[in-house]
Design a protein around this ligand. Structure first.
Ligand SMILES: Cc1cc2nc3c(=O)[nH]c(=O)nc-3n(C[C@H](O)[C@H](O)[C@H](O)COP(=O)(O)OP(=O)(O)OC[C@H]3O[C@@H](n4cnc5c(N)ncnc54)[C@H](O)[C@@H]3O)c2cc1C
Length: 409
């Protein structure tokens, strides 16, 4: 048998891994295994343009047609097929597909199974309660918005906030419930979290912070509202739960791969190697040390990271002797109410300085410092600047250099 390159998880990181394997000259059997029935598709549009109203029904954001994938990659594409285990002794992936259970032998394996949305306990099967992770979720949420749903979003994170924004764009009433006193404090810090909250207030979303959800009200299996711990009930036809994700790794328990004690993500080294021969991982599922940030172990849920890691994992798997570490400066964006929020770098900082106030500018800008280094930047509506800050972080600029660049040094 010739060499076999297997990728598990047919989304962004998995697709990029498959493409990179071919680009690197791999000529053996290339198999892409995905649990969902859909061709690989892009997730960011699902909580943005896809949810906004309008007469035109948006197309599913698939990356390529099956014919294009076959042409470009000569791919054995196994959709609707879930990995159920890994046998490193025999170098085989165990899968459950439309034709039952089988084993796929690999020489090289890239695991890119991403993460699944956390659900609200006790809401399984209640109509009108959704998470937003998959294309199917997005279709269901969109249909509810089309029907004019009174919308409650649980969790004022990025995806929940984008849903709120889409619903408001249609003129629907929206309430966002957040347990923290200030949203996004953990991901970007309190000042930036407050600046993002302002966007909700300005656009007519009822953002309630410091509240706890006690449960869902339902009638005949359909949601009618959300009950808070203080007894208040908020009427709802649609509840979108945006309370974070969990890496999809249950199937790896006992395989010899180290799973992170906090969330079960895959613990890799800086080259995305898992420690098992030939087995690498990429994307939202990965915890890996980042050389640019004192080898902090990061698990990123960012589009650019998934794409960069997918490519890197495949190259490193094929050529471990010259494996390279992860290197890109983390970057994500989020679109709320016509504003673009962008973050580069890492949020854990010794100081977060809101620079826009010093500049007397209502387009928000905050800089993040670690020791004497500039390590992060959050911008709202400054698209032409953010990549310049990204370059500064990449060249390990000092805090003083960043302040001078911003015009406040
Ligand atoms: C609604 C939404 C909006 C987003 N917007 C932005 C944005 O604006 N900006 C930004 O930077 N990032 C955004 N992201 C994040 C970005 O899309 C993710 O970082 C990216 O999709 C991660 O890619 P991935 O391939 O690692 O994992 P995923 O996209 O999660 O894909 C993993 C795939 O593996 C499959 N899988 C899981 N378990 C198994 C198994 N056992 N066997 C086989 N297959 C399996 C899953 O079904 C899934 O298809 C958004 C995410 C969502 C959900």
């Amino acid at each position: 048998m010739g060499d076999a390159f297997v990728v598990v998880g047919a989304s962004l990181a998995g697709l990029r891994a498959a493409q990179a394997a071919r680009r690197a000259g791999f000529e053996g059997t290339l198999t892409l295994v995905g649990a969902e029935p859909h061709l690989p598709y892009d997730r960011p549009p699902l909580s943005k343009a896809f949810l906004e109203g309008g007469d035109e029904v948006p197309e599913d954001p698939v990356f390529k047609s099956e014919a294009e994938l076959a042409d470009e990659l000569d791919l054995d594409l196994r959709l609707g097929t879930r990995a159920t285990g890994l046998d490193p002794e025999r170098s085989e992936l165990l899968v459950q597909g439309p034709d039952g259970e089988s084993r796929i032998p690999y020489t090289y394996l890239v695991i890119a199974t991403g993460a699944a949305a956390r659900t609200l306990p006790g809401t399984d099967g209640v109509a009108g309660v959704h998470t937003l992770r998959t294309l199917d979720d997005a279709h269901a949420v969109r249909a509810a918005l089309d029907a004019g749903a009174r919308t409650v979003v649980v969790g004022a994170g990025f995806i929940g906030s984008e849903v709120a924004s889409g619903a408001r764009k249609r003129g629907l009433p929206v309430t966002v419930l957040e347990a923290l006193p200030v949203p996004l404090t953990r991901s970007v810090g309190p000042d930036a979290g407050r600046a993002c909250s302002e966007l909700h207030h300005r656009n007519g979303t009822d953002l309630r912070c410091g509240v706890k959800v006690a449960g869902i009200e339902q009638d005949g299996g359909k949601v009618t509202g959300v009950r808070l711990e203080d007894g208040e009930q908020i009427p709802a036809d649609l509840v979108v739960v945006g309370t974070g994700v969990k890496p999809c790794t249950e199937w790896l328990e006992g395989s010899g791969i180290t799973l992170h004690e906090r969330d079960g993500g895959i613990v890799c080294d800086a080259t995305l190697a898992t420690g098992l021969p030939g087995v690498y991982a990429a994307g939202d599922v990965v915890h890996a040390p980042h050389p640019l940030f004192d080898d902090d172990v990061l698990r990123l849920e960012h589009w650019t990271n998934a794409q960069e890691q997918g490519t890197l994992a495949a190259k490193n798997a094929l050529d471990p002797e010259s494996a390279k570490p992860v290197s890109g400066v983390p970057y994500f964006w989020s679109d709320w109410y016509g504003s673009r929020i962008q973050f580069v770098g890492v949020p854990a900082a010794d100081e977060i300085r809101v620079v826009s106030e010093e500049l007397d500018d209502d387009r928000f800008l905050a800089l993040y410092r670690r020791g004497d280094r500039f390590t992060g930047c959050l911008c709202i509506d400054r698209p032409s600047q953010v990549m310049k800050y990204r370059k500064l972080i990449n060249k390990r600029a000092t805090w003083q250099e960043a302040l001078e660049f911003a015009g406040v040094g």
